[in-house]
Design a protein around this ligand. Structure first.
Ligand code: UGA
Length: 432
């Protein structure tokens, strides 16, 4: 069985490598020639635990190929997966430019019947549009089916999520094509749900929007805890023990970031506007998250009045641990606000410093470790729960800082241990 994958970002690359691992012959296509060269040599351009080893092994065993020629990718492919990015347009809608370009080059390269599988997160109706687009380009004797197969993997645990997926969603109006794609997934041994195309497209947006809702909801409860004197950790634990609610995604914090929740909630909102439907909860989820991202900055302003000239350290910039991704990261927004205050900022992140420096250049001091970052600081902001930060010796804060004032956006430390260490400790949804 021959598989082609268009796009070698997080989703495309993990998909391609995992299919190869299952014994299929996989050719991954990308327009970026340098990336293709690096991948062909076994160098993984993204930070994803376990991926590089799997990539190297499958290259060596001759099941995995990389090309920037779409005809090479399509030539023998029984299935063509599209996993290109669908970034955010300025108005919040999904930008389908990469998808359209991939469809155009597949259309030009197809020389036999094809099953096109769309993994990219795309608005409802896109699969149907792609089928019509392809039918208009390919020779009239060819038959093409378009199957929706949204992806649910998380950055940083992409391999694990692929092999232990809760479900594999396959949306097809052509049932034969849908069954064929389901068969392709049989070696993974995971539950499959088959739906029509539009439902599959919506499952992806609805799932991300629901998880984002859980986060914004618990963040609202955390804020209420601060007003009422309750403790968010106890409240979330008590809620999560009800299996109808579930304990996951109930960690209160400084808001969700990354390349998915912010973009997908906004794209879904745009879709509802198109259908003239007022999705009230979704609007609030987005609004609550943008307010939450400013929480610690406001707390610091309240405490210090002005932050001008204050030495502040930001620990953790990535939108979550175990990734170098800083897209829509709450820390980036905080740093921008702190720069606006003319604070003197040092930052530390175990993986994302390079990307932070591309964004902020010489405006920040880039520390090699937490010790160097916090030395002489008037305040520390914790924005990502990296183990290097959660396991940091609390006794070092008073030792190294000018004054041990900590604003913790991820509730990394217990209230008692913070008190014992002599910290002035502000966290989310817990007593100061
Ligand atoms: C998310 C979904 O979890 C995946 O299922 C989906 O496939 C992916 O988007 C996508 O659409 O491609 P990801 O963005 O990698 O995955 O990250 P998550 O682990 O879901 O975290 C997202 C954000 O929510 C992070 O900023 C994290 O800190 C925050 N979060 C998560 C909380 O603030 N509290 C929680 O309890 C959980």
């Amino acid at each position: 069985m021959e598989i082609a994958v268009f796009g070698t970002g997080y989703v495309g690359l993990v998909t391609g490598v995992c299919f190869a691992e299952m014994g299929y012959n996989v050719t991954c296509f990308d327009i970026d020639g340098d990336k293709i060269t690096a991948l062909s040599e076994g160098n993984c351009p993204i930070y994803e635990p376990g991926l590089e080893e799997m990539l190297k092994r499958n290259l060596a065993e001759g099941r995995l190929y990389f090309t920037n020629e779409s005809t090479n990718a399509c030539r023998k492919a029984d299935y063509i997966f599209i996993a290109v990015g669908t970034p955010e347009n300025e108005d919040g809608s999904a930008n389908l430019g990469y998808l359209d370009a991939a469809v155009a080059s597949i259309g030009k390269s197809l020389d036999r019947d094809g099953v096109i599988v769309i993994k990219s997160t795309v608005p409802v109706g896109t699969n149907e549009r792609v089928r019509k687009q392809l039918e208009a380009i390919i020779p009239s004797e060819l038959r093409v089916s378009v199957v929706s197969n949204p992806e649910f993997l998380r950055e940083g645990s992409g391999i694990l999520d692929t092999f232990h997926a809760d479900r594999i969603v396959i949306g097809a109006d052509d049932h034969e094509a849908g069954r064929a794609v389901a068969k392709l997934y049989e070696p993974f041994g995971r539950p499959v749900i088959q739906t029509d195309v539009r439902s599959a497209e919506l499952i992806k947006y609805a799932s991300n929007a629901f998880l984002a809702t859980k986060i914004s909801f618990i963040n609202e409860i955390a804020n209420l805890c601060e007003h009422t004197g309750a403790n968010i950790e106890d409240v979330a634990k008590g809620m999560g023990m009800d299996h109808r609610i579930g304990s996951q995604f109930l960690n209160a914090g400084i808001g969700y970031g990354g390349s998915c929740f912010p973009k997908d909630t906004k794209a879904l909102e745009k879709l509802t506007e198109y259908y003239d439907y007022d999705f009230k909860i979704l609007r609030s989820v987005i609004e609550v998250n943008s307010r939450q991202k400013q929480q610690l900055f406001h707390k610091a302003k309240e405490l210090f009045g002005s932050l001008q000239g204050k030495r502040v350290a930001v620990l953790g910039i990535a939108f979550k641990p175990h990734t170098d991704d800083i897209r829509e990261a709450p820390a980036v927004e905080l740093i921008t606000s702190l720069l606006g205050e003319q604070a003197d900022i040092s930052v530390y992140d175990p993986a994302a410093s390079g990307k932070v420096s591309d964004l902020f250049g010489s405006k920040l001091y880039y520390a090699e470790n937490a010790d160097t970052a916090i030395k002489g600081a008037d305040a520390v902001f914790i924005m990502t729960e990296w183990p290097q930060i959660t396991e940091y010796d609390l006794g070092r804060y008073p030792l190294l800082m000018r004054q041990p004032i900590i604003f913790d956006g991820r509730n990394c430390y217990g209230l008692e241990e913070a008190e014992t260490a002599g910290l002035t400790y502000f966290s989310i949804g817990r007593k100061a």
